[in-house]
Design a protein around this ligand. Structure first.
Ligand code: SF4
Length: 235
C-alpha cells in the first residue's frame, strides 16, 4: 500500500511566483507567504493510494474493496476497466491554522496569498501521486483513464468516505468530518479508472467548473492525451 511524503513547497512557490503579469503587490505577498510557509514549516505534504481490483464486472456502479461508487463517467468506451485507483493527498493542518490566525489578525491579503500557496502545494502533491499511480499501473501493463473527485459532476460527495477507505487515508492522517469535509481541510481525494487498453478520455473534471476561465491551475494543465494526460491533476 504505497504512501509517502514529499517536498512540494519549492515547486508550489515557483508556480505561485510565475505569473509575469501579476501586480507587484501580489508578487510581494506571494513571496511573503512562501517565506512564512518555509520558516514555520506550514506544509507537510503526504500522499497515499491503493489500486483496488473491481469485485464485479463494471457497470454504472463500480464495486471494489467492498464498497460501491456510482461513477459511470469512468466506464471506458473501449478496453476493459479492471480496477480503481484511489488516492488521498494532504499538506497537513498547519497552513490552514495559520491562514485562520492571519484573518483574525486582519491580515486578509497575506492570508489569501498563503491559502493560494497551500492550494498550489496540494496541486503539486496530487500531481506527484498521480504520476506514481500511472507508473505503477504501467509496470503491470495497465493504463489509467479519467479522473474524478468526490463532489465533481459524476461522483457525489457521499463518495468521500468510501474513497478514503479504499485509499486507507488514515495512514496519512486524513478523515472525513461530520459535515462531509476532509480533515485536514487542505486535502483532496482522487479516483482514477485502471484497466487494459483504456482510451484517453475526452472529458476533464475542469470542463464544467465555473472557475475554469480564471483558474491558473487549469491553465497549466497539459493537453489531454493518453494515460499521462488522463492523470493530469487538479485540486
Ligand atoms: S478549473 Fe481549476 S478550480 Fe475548477 S476543477 Fe479545474 S483546477 Fe479545480
Amino acid at each position: 500500500m504505497p504512501s509517502g511524503r514529499c517536498r512540494v513547497l519549492g515547486a508550489a512557490g515557483r508556480a505561485a511566483q510565475s505569473s509575469a503579469d501579476a501586480p507587484a503587490a501580489l508578487t510581494r505577498l506571494r513571496a511573503q507567504a512562501l517565506e512564512m510557509a518555509r520558516e514555520e514549516a506550514l506544509v507537510d505534504a503526504a500522499w497515499c493510494y491503493r489500486i483496488v481490483p473491481l469485485d464485479s464486472p463494471p457497470g454504472t456502479w463500480l464495486n471494489a474493496g467492498g464498497v460501491s461508487l456510482h461513477a459511470p463517467r469512468l466506464l471506458p468506451e473501449s478496453g476493459r476497466l479492471t480496477a480503481l485507483a484511489c488516492a488521498v493527498c494532504t499538506i497537513g493542518p498547519a497552513l490552514e491554522r495559520r491562514v485562520r490566525a492571519l484573518f483574525e489578525q486582519r491580515r486578509a491579503s497575506l492570508a489569501i496569498a498563503l491559502d493560494r500557496l497551500g492550494n498550489e502545494a496540494l496541486f503539486e502533491t496530487a500531481r506527484r501521486v498521480q504520476d506514481r499511480i500511472a507508473l505503477a499501473a504501467a509496470r503491470d501493463g495497465l493504463s489509467i483513464a479519467g479522473e474524478l473527485r468526490p463532489g465533481d459532476p459524476g461522483l457525489d460527495t457521499s463518495a468521500q468516505s468510501p474513497v478514503l477507505q479504499l485509499a486507507d487515508a488514515m495512514r496519512i492522517g486524513c478523515r472525513v468530518n461530520e459535515g462531509g469535509l476532509l480533515v485536514p481541510l487542505k486535502s483532496t481525494s482522487i479516483v482514477l479508472g485502471v484497466g487494459i487498453d483504456l482510451p484517453a478520455v475526452e472529458w476533464s473534471r475542469c470542463d464544467p467548473c465555473p472557475s475554469r476561465d480564471r483558474c491558473r491551475i487549469a491553465a497549466r494543465r497539459s493537453p489531454r492525451s493518453g494515460a499521462a494526460a488522463a492523470a493530469a491533476p487538479t485540486p
